[in-house]
Design a protein around this ligand. Structure first.
Ligand code: NAI
Ligand code: MG
Length: 356
């Protein structure tokens, strides 16, 4: 029996609804597979915890998390607290301190779902977006001076380091090489941004030499946005900066049907620290407490976590369970259906139990 230690953090809003659903599904999966065990510990961190203690997580929270093999995370964000406080206090605190520099976002139209693009269905979009998750435009480098005066100035400087660019390129090439099409599109803006983005392109070309089996192409970010919509079938693996991939991946999520199905992994590929797995969506307080949050993104996220833990067979079994539920039309309102979170969870569990 293989054992894995999982830290589960529901966080805020629908995070507290979809993570428990994900844990139910993982329990059923362990029973069905019988060859691995997840030792799950749940942590009540987030905005309620902040209201009680003045912190989003305890002071020694990171030390606690280091003992785990993976972190299964819901979302943070509370309408009554500033977003930068909640995000930096918990989620970004974990991402930054555990150097989870590779953000991986698989994008696919699941069986039974329809893209808002005319004529695009399952099989027509099958992408992996690799987002640089530690520097670039979100490095936090900059400042403000002369506040409130006419001469007030604010700067937000993008940071591109050789270490940072090279390691995300290597991760992206490795993923591209593992997929049938072996195609990597490097998203850039080196026509307008002459320093950081030209450097980005140069490092990509250097790393490409170590992956002769991968076909690399370059695309400007604005053209890439148009290509997502006009020629989705021409895309496979995509690597982009923190900001560019942030925007492109929301577009990608929308093109596959709903934000409620899109998963993500925040990886430390060197495994010095636990990696974190979470749905792309936020705390969605507009639907919190109604029991209609789509748990599919959180389930698919669990597939990524299982892959990372070396449980590929269990991951594939869970994915088959998810696809059985969507193909069977068990869909929450964001996908045009009328199923509840519980209905979808039960459908996936039933499919797992009946899976051969
Ligand atoms: P959001 O993703 O929470 O919601 C956007 C829209 O999508 C809403 O209409 C929501 O109802 C819908 N939606 C999202 N997930 C859904 C699901 N699983 N099932 C059905 N419908 C779903 O983004 P929004 O509204 O911009 O942000 C809300 C809060 O979440 C903010 O405080 C924001 O900072 C935070 N946030 C946190 C993230 C994280 O923890 N990783 C990521 C994105 C936002
Ligand atoms: Mg985003």
């Amino acid at each position: 029996m293989r054992h894995h230690r999982i830290a589960a953090i529901g966080g805020d809003g629908i995070g507290q609804e979809v993570i428990p659903a994900g844990l139910d599904v993982l329990r059923a999966l362990q029973e069905r597979c019988g060859d691995f065990a997840l030792e799950v510990e749940e942590f009540p961190w987030g905005s309620d915890f902040y209201r009680e203690t003045g912190r989003m997580m305890p002071e020694d929270g990171l030390e606690t998390l280091k003992r785990f093999d993976a972190i299964y995370f819901g979302a943070v964000g509370d309408p009554h607290l500033p977003d930068d406080l909640t995000l930096w206090g918990l989620r970004l605190n974990i991402c930054q301190n555990f150097d989870q520099y590779a953000n991986i976002r698989p994008t696919r139209v699941l069986p039974g779902l329809q893209s808002p693009l005319r004529g695009v269905g399952p099989g027509d979009i099958d992408w992996v977006i690799v987002r640089e998750n530690s520097e670039g435009e979100y490095a936090g480098h900059g400042g403000r001076a002369h506040r409130g005066q006419d001469i007030e100035v604010a700067t937000e400087t993008s940071i591109f380091t050789r270490v940072g660019v090279e390691r995300i390129m290597r991760t992206a090439f490795r993923i591209a090489a593992s997929r049938p099409r072996k195609l990597l599109t490097v998203v850039t803006k080196s026509n307008a941004q002459r320093h950081g983005m030209v450097f980005w392109d140069e490092v990509a070309a250097q790393v490409a030499k170590d992956f002769p089996e991968v076909r690399m192409e370059k695309e400007l970010v604005d053209a890439m946005a148009a290509r997502f919509v006009r020629k989705p079938g021409s895309i496979d693996t995509v690597v982009a900066t923190n900001l560019h991939a942030d925007i492109l991946s929301d577009l990608a999520g929308a093109l596959t049907g709903s934000l409620g199905i899109a998963p993500t992994a925040n990886l430390d590929p060197e495994r010095r620290f636990p990696s974190m797995f979470e749905p792309i969506h936020g705390s969605a307080f507009d639907i919190t407490g109604k029991g209609v949050a789509n748990p599919v993104a959180t389930f698919w996220t669990a597939c990524m976590m299982l892959d990372h833990l070396g449980e590929a067979a269990a991951s594939a079994r869970l994915m088959r369970g998810i696809e059985a539920a969507t193909a069977g039309g068990v869909l929450t309102p964001d996908l045009g259906g009328s199923a509840s979170t519980k209905d979808v969870t039960e459908a996936v569990i039933a499919a797992i139990r009946g899976d051969n």
